[in-house]
Design a binder for this molecule. Sequence first.
Ligand code: MN
Length: 340
Amino acid sequence: MKLKFIAASLVAVGVASIAIAQGPYELPKLPYDYKALEPSIDAQTMEIHYSKHHQGYVTNLNKAIAGTKLESLTLEQLLFTATKRPDAVRNNAGGHYNHSLFWNILTPQRNTQTSDALRREIEKQFGSMDSLKKAMNVAAASRFGSGWAWLVWTSDARLIVTSTANQDNPLMDVFANKLDRGIPILGIDVWEHAYYLKYQNKRGDYLSAIWDVINWEAVSANFEAAKTNPMLKMIGLNAWAELADFHGVMGQTFHPAEENDLAPIRARSGELLLKAKALQAGKIPAQFNNDAVKASIDRLVEGAEALHKLNTKKTKDAVLKEKLTALHDVFHEIQGLCIH
Ligand code: MN
């Protein structure tokens, strides 16, 4: 019996690894020839960059997630919690996403135009297209070592310029200021592999030349798509400090309670109430500020007050657990109202 079971498992593993070898991620088709972006980007650089470097990220990403639960996540979900993933996942998922975006925002067509909406937003945030280019070039030139410069639509509806190291990107949980996170709509690769064959150490010359081949129609389309990207709400929720604080204490008290360990909530019901009150007193981020969310926060405070009162009266575990479970439901109701 046991042997049979092992043999069956090996067959299952064999079948699975054949499927996994193909991987869930594929190199996207390059929308132009290798030589199409000359003289800004030379054909040899394009060929190596696309067929070796990008292919490498795809292959290594598939390898890194093969047979793990990460296989069931989307690429954006992998990026969203990148710092909690193994380096091989963070680097290769980033590499795949970043280069897929990069090929898309380049074009052999000269003088593509921004949409009116994007032009207005650029003028509002940067004053002019020239100032935006200057800000991007400063970000790109001052990125030490390998990395990217980005134009990003943030969760609080701003267009900002930022840069990240290695293959990190603005979707990732890598920013000290969580409001700097957002959806990248334009990215410039400043790894040496992106320019060294033609420009050697002259990163600035590469940065001047690349603007000739930026596809502003694609960037405009990215801008429109970013506004309704569901990840933007996740990023906004994550940046809401008072909600994240409450969530922290809730997680550390509710999950033990689920396993019938009531000690954490016994010790921290007062703290949980303070966090709920801080959430109520704090500023609700504009995109979530509506009557339904406000009403739920009020109910959260009422629930936390009742829970704390019961705890000080040394109520039975079962009753306390029931109240905490109800409070946990209200918390998720707030999250749900924000995301949907
Ligand atoms: Mn690259």
